[in-house]
Write a protein that binds this ligand. Structure first.
Ligand SMILES: [Zn+2]
Length: 282
């Protein structure tokens, strides 16, 4: 029997928009995924969302499958991928919270320190655990779900953090964390020409795994997962287009207009708003 993969999508989550955001429309956090990779009895969860409420939803969603959760694997150390783990760990006390290495773990720890924590509080207030559990370093790429091999692989930088992805060779599937996006504006907040080049190499590293299915950490709930080539191409062209638009635009609004014209149907305009404004701070 082969592994099965099921995806939980948080949908777009209202957040506080902060300075400059036109409150006539609701600012939202990009729809985010958590993925359950299951064998006959055991399962692992890839990423654990953000809010306490999402954590509870995740825990009941896993519980309904009847599977025994052995670990939660975090792709990268951004709060929106592990702050929600608490209720899942409480529901499955045998499960371990893991990330590949100390680089990811240290990044996660920084997200709970005042400088970065205050950003999360600005967006989500007290809807998340300000003392969330930090993952432990796994120290190896090799994971197993029963007798099946699953790999947790370092692929480089993406949205500012070291990106690791979960590769499931027998299903030609990659859980890409935030290295690949699916029909949603990409998080290019505080990105630089160098970080954008790094991100493009990371996308190439995932392409070299020849996946047919990619489960993006942030995806529009209606976007299919089973067209990896489309997601890779769209993510590449988005980073490229943003890079060029920064070089030719003279204001955040011009950059937003340019990107909106190129990617009119992408979800979460608030992400583009933040990414654009981060490029014009003095
Ligand atoms: Zn994220």
């Amino acid at each position: 029997m082969s592994l099965t993969v099921n995806v939980f999508n948080s949908g777009y989550v209202p957040v506080n928009g902060g300075p400059g955001w036109d409150s006539a429309s609701t600012a939202t956090w990009p729809a985010s995924t958590a993925t359950l990779i299951a064998g006959e009895r055991d399962a692992i969860l890839v990423d654990a969302l953000m809010t306490i409420d999402e954590g509870h939803q995740l825990a009941s969603w896993i519980d309904e499958t009847g599977k025994n959760l052995t670990s939660i694997v975090i792709t990268h150390g951004h709060g929106d991928h592990f702050f929600g783990a608490g209720p899942v760990l409480a529901a499955f006390p045998g499960a371990r919270l893991l990330a590949l290495n100390t680089t990811v773990v240290d990044e996660g720890r920084r997200h709970l320190e005042p400088e970065i924590l205050q950003n999360w509080i600005g967006w989500f207030g007290d809807r998340f655990d300000h003392h969330a559990a930090v993952p432990q370093p796994l120290g190896t790429e090799a994971l197993t779900v029963e007798e099946h091999s699953v790999h947790l692989i370092e692929v480089g930088g993406a949205d500012g953090a070291l990106a690791t992805v979960v590769h499931i060779p027998e299903l030609d599937t990659v859980c890409a964390g935030d290295a690949v996006y699916n029909n949603i504006h990409m998080w290019l907040w505080n990105s630089t020409p160098a970080s954008r080049r790094t991100w493009l190499s990371t996308i190439d590293a995932i392409a070299a795994m020849y996946p047919t299915t990619i489960i993006a950490g942030h995806k529009d709930p209606d976007a299919p997962d089973d067209n990896a080539a489309r997601q890779l191409a769209q993510s590449r062209s988005y980073v490229d287009a943003f890079d060029q638009a920064v070089a030719t635009s003279h204001s955040a609004q011009a950059l937003i207009n340019d990107m909106t014209q190129s990617f009119p149907n992408y979800g979460n305009p608030y992400t583009l708003f933040l990414s654009a404004h981060s490029q014009y701070q003095t």
